[in-house]
Design a protein around this ligand. Structure first.
Ligand SMILES: NC(=O)c1ccc[n+]([C@@H]2O[C@H](COP(=O)([O-])OP(=O)(O)OC[C@H]3O[C@@H](n4cnc5c(N)ncnc54)[C@H](OP(=O)(O)O)[C@@H]3O)[C@@H](O)[C@H]2O)c1
Length: 276
């Protein structure tokens, strides 16, 4: 996701200093106005605005507070935009810690997968300090087609929990329904074509329908990340005392898929476990 998003920022004429743990991935983007930093500390020393697109809290902590982390050197960065999917409580704590260093945290989580990231058509769920958000908005606009302003810090990540809960449930439901069709003697293609001929012709499922028809699940959003996010959103549900029985039920399915070695496949591959 990060590479595709960075490519669109570069394409919009921005000068970028890139850092990725596996340097070779960042180097693929290096040309013209885009250079590669040796360490996150170097990024902090040379840039005002930093955009993070990382797996989750552990990766962010390593990049920010590690030995060569963003804050290890003479960090001149004033705004950090966290685009990674994390629970709202994490972003709130992170904002407090960064504030002590004079840095403002902005949230800009993304809705949409690798195709939308490549096309620059992500929907961005943004929030936090309004002035800081205004400053980074042009950069955000180069990565997404829509910016939804969700309000104070923690609200954008809360909204992302809502979206991913629906994605987890719908995709699990699709896998279960198609499997029932197959057990009744239809091919996956027949079931999918019939589902999509009717009122459940949801745009989101188009990409998943192709995967189900072909029984091939190259990852857009991998099962391991859906498991991570189901953990985050259930934790969030506990914090706000929301009952999430479906989240609990589908989490079991995606965890089973992980245990079956499907972690790197797209989360639509959760369908595979219904055949066992
Ligand atoms: N994929 C999607 O469709 C999608 C959609 C919406 C939101 N998201 C969210 O966007 C974020 C990124 O997703 P992705 O699909 O791009 O994940 P990804 O392909 O697994 O990339 C994760 C990135 O984090 C880095 N990273 C992981 N652990 C690290 C550590 N300990 N220290 C330093 N860097 C570390 C990786 O570096 P290396 O290259 O060195 O491994 C890589 O750059 C996640 O929060 C995900 O939930 C993903």
């Amino acid at each position: 996701m990060g590479a595709r998003m960075a490519a669109n920022m570069i394409g919009s004429g921005r000068a970028l200093l890139l850092y990725n743990r596996t340097r070779a991935r960042a180097e693929l983007l290096a040309a013209g106005n885009a250079a590669v930093a040796e360490t996150p500390a170097e990024v902090g020393e040379r840039t005002d605005h930093v955009f993070l697109m990382l797996t989750g809290p552990a990766a962010i902590d390593a990049v920010l507070w590690g030995e060569q982390g963003l804050l290890a050197g003479h960090c001149r960065c004033r705004i950090v935009v966290n685009m990674s999917t994390v629970p709202p409580a994490y972003n709130r704590q992170l904002a407090e810690k960064l504030k002590e260093r004079g840095i403002i945290l902005v949230e800009a989580l993304v809705s949409g997968s690798t195709e939308a990231a490549a096309a620059g058509s992500l929907v961005l769920l943004a929030g936090g300090d309004e002035e800081a958000l205004q400053q980074v908005k042009p950069a955000l606009a180069s990565m997404g087609s829509k910016i939804m302003i969700c309000g104070g810090l923690g609200r954008a990540s809360s909204m992302k929990m809502v979206i991913n809960l629906l994605l987890a449930i719908f995709t699990g439901a699709l896998g279960e329904a198609v499997t029932l069709g197959e057990k009744c003697g239809f091919s996956a293609a027949e079931v999918v074509d019939t589902i999509f001929a009717g009122p459940i012709d949801w745009g989101f499922f188009e990409a998943k329908a192709a995967m189900l028809r072909e029984d091939a699940f190259p990852a857009g959003f991998p099962i391991k990340h859906m498991c991570k996010d189901l953990g985050f959103l259930r934790q969030t549900g506990d914090e706000v005392e929301a009952r999430l029985p479906l989240a609990q039920a589908v989490a079991t399915l995606y965890e089973e898929a992980m245990a079956e070695g499907l972690s790197e496949l797209d989360f639509a591959a959760v369908k595979k476990i219904f055949h066992q």
